[in-house]
Structures are given as C-alpha cells and as structure tokens.
Design a protein around this ligand. Structure first.
Ligand code: CTP
Ligand code: MG
Length: 169
C-alpha cells in the first residue's frame, strides 16, 4: 500500500472539498427567506424542498465556500477559486436533492435521513468536480467520506448544543 500516495491524494481532495464543507455548514447560521420552492408543492402534495431550504442559505453557502477558495488561492493559485465555486454549488445542490428525496419519502423538514443528511452534499460536490474534469482515487474518496460523516455528526451536535439547530443531526 502506497500510504504516502494516499496521504497526498487525501490532502488534494481535502483542499477541493473544504469549500464544499464550509458551503454546506454556512446556511445553519446564515439563511433567509424566501424558501427556494417558494412554498410550492410537488405532484404528491408535499413541499418540493420545504422551509429548511432558503435562497438566503443557498447564496450565503456558495458565497462563503467561494471565499474559502479565495483564501486557498493565496497558497494554491487562482484556479482553486473556480473549483471552490463549483464544489460549493455542488454541495448546496446535493443538500437540495437530499431534501427533495426526503420530502418524497414523506419525511418532514428537519427529520433525520441517515447518510443522506451527512454525505449528500459531499457526493454531489465530487460529482460536479468530476464533471469539470477532476479525478480522485476511490480510496481517498472513501476515507474522506468517513471523515466528513464523523465531522458532520460532531458539528451538528455542537450546533444543537449551542442552540443553532433544533435537532442534534
Ligand atoms: N438552510 C437554509 N437554506 C439552505 C440550506 C439550509 O436556509 N439551502 C438552513 C435552514 O434554516 C435549515 C438549516 O440551515 O433548517 C439546517 O439545514 P438542514 O439540516 O439541511 O435542513 P433541515 O431543516 O434539516 O431540512 P431538511 O429536512 O429539508 O434537510
Ligand atoms: Mg437537517
């Protein structure tokens, strides 16, 4: 096993996914109406996304994620800003897809959807980075998935204890 290669690959993946992680976490503290679905319902009579997905949260998330890219650019070069914007957009789209799926399953806003809640944003951020031509090692992707899962659990528990979230997931 080439552990040095794994470590280097993980670091590169982390640099590209950090903006997505910040983008995903930002709406918990920075959000605002209107809801993205503007209150509209899907054919099943339930909300398309629900009140937990707002335009304010979407724009704040993409903005903050891109800012992380600007910060990273001081060390890694300007191209990372473009990838940060892509990854942040992917993260928020993934979060939105997750809510769409949750509503179709009949889960109310804020209900827990294990794995989807923690990794939906990551999978979609990776997907969009793939679309623009980036490739990562599957081992690195899986290790990062584990790290993100635990981080998500930890930060959401902290946000709950701080009164920022109503539920600990
Ligand atoms: N949020 C937002 N806009 C977004 C994403 C999140 O305003 N695009 C805010 C909402 O206040 C939301 C909080 O961040 O309640 C936490 O996000 P999340 O856990 O993803 O939403 P939930 O309320 O759990 O809703 P859902 O069941 O749809 O995931
Ligand atoms: Mg939630």
């Amino acid at each position: 096993m080439d552990w040095r290669g794994v470590a280097e690959g993980l670091l590169r993946l982390f640099e590209l996914i950090l903006p997505a992680m910040v983008a995903n976490g930002t709406p918990v503290v920075l959000h605002g109406p209107p809801p993205i679905d503007l209150g509209r319902r899907f054919v099943d009579g339930r909300r398309i996304f629900g009140d937990g997905k707002t335009w304010g949260g979407l724009l704040a998330g993409i903005t903050m994620g891109t800012f992380v890219g600007i910060f990273e650019a001081t060390m890694l070069g300007a191209l990372i800003i473009y990838y940060a914007a892509i990854a942040s957009t992917g993260a928020l789209l993934g979060d939105l897809c997750g809510s769409f799926i949750k509503r179709r399953l009949g889960l109310e806003r804020g209900a827990e959807a294990p794995v989807l809640d923690q990794l939906g944003f990551y999978v979609c951020a990776l997907l969009l980075l793939y679309v623009v031509g980036l490739r990562f090692n599957i081992i690195d992707e899986l290790i990062m998935a584990g790290i993100i899962y635990l981080l998500h659990r930890g930060t959401n528990l902290a946000a709950y204890k701080l009164g920022l979230k109503l539920v600990p997931w």
